[in-house]
Design a protein around this ligand. Structure first.
Ligand code: NAP
Length: 488
């Protein structure tokens, strides 16, 4: 993107409602070359948005029935003659077959909507290739990130953004106006050199999720192995007991909350590290290291994965009593008690522990659901900054504290029981407490007035060692000004 383009506001930031400058776009005739899925959806959307549509097909008779009656379906050359803006809804491989139309297309705007099948498939982008075939036309890249389905269902049901780029500002503005009238949000991506990047976007597979998913899988693998050793391998080696049946449900179910809990704490840890860095350097203007920057940017995905694991843990826990192994164990215990003539098996402490454990677990899951729901763009957009930060920051931290209570009530006094140290390995829950407790402790320190004040000042622009102008009241009540080092 050129410097000039960068300086301009995104077209998407323009408010379309009540903007009379965009209205003339509706009512104009738009051409569509091709009669496939995308062309059909595009024609329907354009007609619904008040445009006249003329479709250019190699076989108009056969294809006319597929289009709304308001759209005119004719031969390619005929269609092109009737309009100045033409969407090329044809695959790149077939662009050369349109070369016969070069004369009638001269001076017109061609909108390249094409996608590739692989990232960086060709040396030049499809739009640049189209521009090289039709040098007398102005090519605009756009609409390729919108699916045929989104076009048909209206912009409400899918991604609203339409990324646009072109070397011609006027042509870009025309296409942006058409997109706005259709209910999309055009985003100016600058000049034609951005086309390659725009064409790669629909092909990327969850780019923002890769690191969080690997993190979750890594944690799952570590905790799963640890639990396997403690719950299955240890009884097998030490007492020759076969507990392998525990692997599919019990081991997984003790692993999932560990991952959920640690992942939740990893959502708040980078914020703590960022605050520590700001406090240490006494400025908010120093760049964070790249790894911290990346970590901060992935908090939403880490939080959603934490919620996913917590939800699975809840489902697994609900299903625990359904297992045959559980029923056999219950009957076995009942028979044992009958043989030993034990009547009262009620342990008050255990009853209370379990009640509190389940209750705080449900509250934690409820809060995590709230965090997950409010991170959805449609919901997040309806909240103001204070509401969003209250839910994600304050309620999120409360969720972490409640999850810690859930973990502590689960563990209870087991950390002090030496029988729980299988192969000298401490109970899993003690390990999971490490990061969350560090985060909670750091947050408590940040609440201390002396630390909070300093952090607040830094976040409002104060810098250690920088001289600032100050204003002090004099003995006479008048104000005098001077300069001092702000960290004195
Ligand atoms: P499609 O259903 O296969 O339609 C392609 C159309 O190209 C055909 O119906 C055909 O119409 C026309 N065409 C012109 N010259 C041709 C030739 N020599 N050989 C074969 N066909 C020729 O494909 P589509 O899904 O609509 O995709 C069209 C373009 O939109 C592609 O570049 C695609 O990457 C892009 N796109 C599609 C979607 C989507 O959701 N489908 C989303 C974003 C972008 P006539 O027979 O009437 O000439």
């Amino acid at each position: 993107m050129s410097g000039g383009d960068m300086a301009k506001p995104l077209l998407g930031q323009r408010n379309t409602e009540g903007d009379p400058s965009i209205m003339p776009a509706a009512g104009r005739t738009i051409g569509v070359l091709g009669s496939g899925d995308f062309a059909r959806s595009l024609a329907i959307r354009l007609v619904c948005s008040g445009f006249k549509v003329v479709v250019g097909s190699r076989n108009p008779k056969r294809k006319a029935g597929l289009f709304p009656s308001a759209a005119e379906v004719t031969f390619q050359a005929e269609a092109v003659k009737k309009t100045d803006v033409i969407f090329v809804a044809v695959f790149r491989e077939h662009y050369s077959t349109l070369c016969d139309l070069a004369d009638v297309l001269a001076g017109k705007i061609l909108v390249d909507v094409s996608n590739n099948t692989e990232i960086n498939h060709h040396k030049e982008s499809n739009a640049e290739y189209l521009a090289s075939l039709f040098p007398a036309c102005t090519v605009v890249k756009g609409f390729n990130v919108v699916s045929a389905w989104t076009l048909q269902s209206g912009a409400r049901d899918g991604n609203k953004q339409v990324l646009i780029c072109s070397n011609n500002q006027e042509a870009k503005r025309t296409v942006a106006e058409i997109a706005q009238v259709m209910g999309f949000t055009p985003v100016d991506m600058g000049c034609m050199s951005s086309a390659c990047e725009i064409e790669n976007i629909p092909l990327r597979l969850l780019p923002a999720w890769k690191i969080p998913i690997f993190l979750a899988l890594g944690l799952f693998l570590c905790f799963f192995t640890y639990n396997l050793v403690r719950q299955v391998i240890h009884p097998y080696v030490r007492e020759q007991k076969n507990k392998f049946y525990k692997i599919p449900v019990e081991v997984v179910n003790t692993t999932l909350p560990c991952v959920a809990y640690v992942m939740l704490s990893l959502v708040y840890l980078p914020g703590v590290l960022a605050a520590c860095s700001q406090l240490y350097y006494g400025t908010k203007y120093r760049r964070f290291p790249d790894w911290l920057d990346q970590w901060l940017q992935h908090r939403k995905q880490i939080g959603l994965l934490s919620f996913f694991c917590a939800a699975l843990h809840a489902l697994y826990s609900l299903c625990l009593p359904m297992r045959r192994s559980h029923r056999y164990q219950l009957i076995e215990t009942a028979v044992k008690q009958a043989v030993e003539k034990k009547m009262n098996i009620w342990v008050e402490e255990e009853v209370w522990r379990m009640e509190i454990y389940i209750s705080v677990g449900i509250i934690a899951l409820g809060l995590l659901s709230l965090l997950a729901i409010t991170s959805l763009p449609s919901i997040a957009n309806s909240l103001n900054w204070r509401e969003f930060s209250f839910i994600q920051s304050t309620l999120g931290f409360i969720a972490l504290v409640i999850s810690t209570l859930h973990t502590l009530t689960y563990g209870w006094s087991r950390a002090f029981d030496e029988n729980q140290y299988k192969f000298y390995l401490p109970p899993t829950y003690t390990l999971t407490l490490l990061v969350p407790c560090t985060v909670i402790l750091a947050k408590v320190v940040f609440i201390l007035p002396c630390v909070q004040q300093r952090l607040l000042r830094i976040r409002r622009g104060w810098e250690k060692g920088r001289y600032v102008k100050f204003v002090l009241p004099s003995a006479t009540g008048e104000y005098s000004s001077g300069e001092t080092s702000s960290n004195v």
